[in-house]
Design a binder for this molecule. Sequence first.
Ligand code: C2E
Ligand code: CA
Ligand code: CA
Length: 690
Amino acid sequence: MFEASPDALIAIAEDGRIRIANAAASRLFGVAADELIGSDHRALLSEGFRNELEQIFRHLRDLEPIPPREVYGVHSDGTEFAAELAGALLESAEGPQLLVSIRSTSHRKAADADLREAMSLLTATLESTADGILVISSDGSVAGFNDQFLKMWGIPPELLEGDSEEPVMRLILSQVEDPEAFIARLTEVEENPDAESHDVLDFKDGRTFERYSRPRRVGEKIVGRVWSFRDVTPRRKAQEQAQRAMLDLAAQAEQLRALAFQDHLTGLANRAVFNDGLAAALREPRLKTVDVLLVDLDDFKEVNDILGHQAGDDMLVEVARRLRGCVPTADVVARLGGDEFVVLLTACPDADAIAACIVRCLHVPVTISGTVLRPSLSLGMASAGADAISPSELLRQADIAMYAAKAAGKNRFLRFHPEMMAALVQRTDMEAGLQLAVPRGEISVVFQPIVSPRLGQVVQVEALARWDRGGVRVPPSVFIPLAERSGLISEVGEEVMARSLVQLAPWLNEDPSRSLAVNVSGVQLQDATFADGVLRLTEAAGVGAYQLVLEVTESVFFDADSHLISQLSSLREAGVRVALDDFGTGYSSLGRLQELPVDTVKIDRTFVSMVRTGRERLPILSSMINMAHSLGLTVTAEGVETATQADYLTALECDSLQGYLFSLPEMGNRLELAVRQAEQAIAALNGRPG
Ligand code: C2E
Ligand code: CA
Ligand code: CA
């Protein structure tokens, strides 16, 4: 038993020498047992502890009880170690001996130190932590908490010292947003004592806590539960803010994306989308055909000018809707800007049918701002087939075809044809030629008589411009629009006015009731010196201003600025009269007539041509004439080609008639002849010989 003891055992005689030692002692001190025996025990103890055993010996011999002592021992290798000594007296033949058990406590010391360190660390952590901590024992009583816990929940410390936990619970529940969920979680962990839990508590005052809970164990045994609460309000707020910012950003990105790809007014695709789509379609070898349909509304400017921009926008939206309806959903319909749209058809078996459908659908009447309008458009179509073509070239071809459609009379579609290219070249060439027309004396004037059925006389002639270019006559329907677009119309107009005043001065001077009508474009009226120029020319020719009539179309009044109106009023003050040409063809209503500074309306020949048998009822003609008369205006009918038409108009009390029935437009030197011919024609109508 002595040998087998795990504790080191030695017996010391009164002289301090070791009498016996066991194996554990030899292990503890690193000294062989036979070397130990007989040696002085003091060598086994550190300095300062060498008298410990003698003292124990003395106490025991005096029969005083003595508790175990803590000492430091010395190993044979010189290292010191902590040990606990306990002694007992042993009677032997040689006298009393001290039996000592020595147990090294170094491992215990280390564990103690660790424990102390952990404890202080824990306390420090508990006190410094921002978390509120509550420890509950298995029996449900409060085992501990830190200050932070009280602070976070606003619990007065006395409340926790009370016997009942109920007031604390009430206080806690009064603060959380969802007390039921709070209790549910408590019950849940109560039923599962070894479960960990983590959840988020929302407070009524807007704070947010994270709640952790884990069982408190000692060894394997669960002795309670630790609750820790962390205030994450700032983090939560920052998260929410970040989330909101992300949402805002996403919304903005969506908006930007829409802006980047969508026409904001009509919701159609925009130019960029079309360009991308066209380029992609032309790169795709499997596509047999790619068609581009370029659409431009006819006379859209008038809608905008007469009915206002809102009406213009409404019209564009309606046009966009109809366009979309005519085109397969997979194909791109884009607004390029203004009143220009484009359709991209890929692999469409019959593009012509779609183009025809677009022209037809767009022409259906629509009511905008209370006015019934018939939108019309010119459509140019170009297609890519087997031959390679660039996107810009294809679009250019569609553009040329679109212009050709306009030139061919609008409200139609035309497919691009290489000859249109030639027409384009011609147009550019024409413009260059027109630049030189006036200086080269290529502009001349012809005169067409206008008769009064009541007087049976020619009372007026209209001057019409002619351009003979290198012996070829260019029609006014070609060069007048060209001159207007290029601004050359001012020069041409002035030439026409000057020439006709000079040529007609003798005829006008014969009878002051005769007058000369000259066509004037809106472009000319934009020029601030126009009125002065006109008055100077009449004066130079010796013709009274009251013998001059300026024919303008209603489009000049659309966006009439104040100085255009003041030009016309100063001319009218000087006696010049104004006639509204092509009346009835524009968008404006009869009702607008009274606002305009005009003296005469010229009913367009499309209305006159409605008269065929002379027995038809044409309320439009009679109401135009009656309306004009009621406003004190005189009425001239243009394009009178048949006696039936002349009779019909005369019966409606139309003041003057003009047309091939009376005379073609003639050169100034043939004016006498033309006038005589016209007067014969009117006399024949009136049943009198000429
Ligand atoms: P407009 O002012 O309406 O002129 C009348 C047009 O009708 C003239 O064509 C005339 O020759 C034509 N006409 C006359 N009687 C008849 C008829 O019985 N039947 C038919 N089918 N047509 C008839 P024109 O000379 O070719 O002029 C065309 C347009 O060119 C004019 O239409 C006018 O708008 C413009 N224009 C002509 N000369 C000038 C000018 O000096 N300045 C400006 N700004 N425009 C001009
Ligand atoms: Ca005219
Ligand atoms: Ca006319």
